[in-house]
Design a binder for this molecule. Structure first.
Ligand code: COA
Length: 180
């Protein structure tokens, strides 16, 4: 098996680490009990805590398989896991990847998402060595678009009706960052 490049990361206010079984409760209470909040996060709704917990239980196998880049975002001051973020859709042939992120609804607008995602981008470029990073963001998701722009990501194109929610289709904006 290839060397596992997952690394715990740290910023001024945050610890970015693997998500354990015990973290499921905090993540559910801070995020995944409110589908209206995470409806643009590319995740079907969870109907109960137990349902969400089943997903979190799978993480340890994904980490064990190596190079699974999903971080829990922990607020150092409280020890609370307030969000998560990941590198996904890894394209090794073309050396690019996509990123996703979510912060609990009580922890918005504090600059936490920016601090965490910036660190993940540095990791993706400098440790993994990706050349191009992409984020696909539903057009209506103003806060995520602001975040991408604040990270220096460039608007590249719009994918027409590429995101389905119930019976409705939404456009997604593609934001990218190239390694300098
Ligand atoms: C997308 C998402 C992560 C953005 O979170 P956020 O809280 O807006 O982002 P930040 O934590 O970086 O906060 C930035 C904002 O806080 C403000 N802020 C306040 N104090 C700050 C500080 N000390 N440092 C930096 N920014 C601060 C900034 O001015 C900025 O405000 P603005 O967005 O009005 O310009 C969040 O809305 C979310 O999790 N949404 C649901 C999931 C989702 O849609 N994910 C993305 C799918 S593509």
């Amino acid at each position: 098996m290839k060397e596992d490049k997952f690394k715990e990361l740290e910023t001024k206010q945050l610890l970015l680490r693997k998500i354990n079984d015990e973290d499921a409760k905090m993540l559910f209470d801070n995020i995944f009990n409110n589908f209206d909040y995470y409806k643009f996060y590319y995740q079907l709704p969870f109907n109960s805590f137990e349902e969400y917990q089943q997903l979190v239980f799978k993480y340890k196998n994904w980490y064990a398989n190596g190079n699974h880049f999903r971080w829990g975002i922990v607020e150092k001051a409280s020890g609370e896991m307030i969000g998560l973020m990941q590198i996904h859709s890894k394209d090794e042939l073309n050396n690019n990847c996509k990123i996703g992120y979510i912060i609990g609804y009580h922890y918005n607008k504090k600059g936490y998402a920016r601090e965490a995602v910036k660190e993940m981008i540095t990791f993706a470029f400098n440790v993994i060595g990706y050349h191009r990073i992409e984020a696909e963001i539903v057009e209506e998701n103003v806060n995520s678009i602001k975040l991408a722009e604040s990270l220096g990501m460039h608007f590249e194109s719009t994918k027409q009706e590429s995101y389905k929610l119930g019976n409705q289709y939404y456009n997604q904006k593609v934001y990218t960052l190239l390694k300098k």
